[in-house]
Design a protein around this ligand. Sequence first.
Ligand code: CO
Length: 162
Amino acid sequence: MLKLQTYDNKVLENKSEEVKNIDKDLENLVNEMFKIMYENNGIGLAAVQVGVLKRLFVMDVPKQGRYVMINPVIKDFSKDKSIYEEGCLSVPGILAEVERPAEVTVEYTDLKGKRKTLKASGVLATCIQHENDHLDGVLFIDRIDPVEKLTKMREYRSMLQV
Ligand code: CO
C-alpha cells in the first residue's frame, strides 16, 4: 500500500531516478497514484509523494487534460511569467502564490513508451513545473520568499498540532 508523504518527511527532499522499464509494475504504480490524487482532490502527483523515487508524475488538469509523464525534461521556459496560487498534497492546507514561467515545452515518455513533446500554458504549465520540481526534491514553498515560507511553515505546523 502506497501512502501519501507529507512535509517534514525527508523522502520529499530526494532526487528521483530515471525510469528504466515501463512494465506492469509501473502501470500499477500509475493507477495507484491517480487514485490517491483523485481521493485527495489534487490535479498532480509525483511518485516521490507516495515514497517512490522514480522520475514520473501524473496530472489531471481541468480542461487541459490527463497526463502521465515519465522521465520528463523541460526543454524550454518562456520569458513571460505568470502567478498562480499553488497548493500541494504533501503540504496540506497551505496555499501560496508562486511566480513561474507562463509557458514551458516538456519532453516526456508516455505509458506506452512513446517519447512526446508538449507545449503547455496556463495551469498546466504551472502544474508541470510544480511536479517536475518534486523529482528534484524541490517544493513550491521553496519557490517563494524565504520570510513568507517561514510564516507558511509556522501556519502548517500549528495546523498539525490541532
Ligand atoms: Co506538490
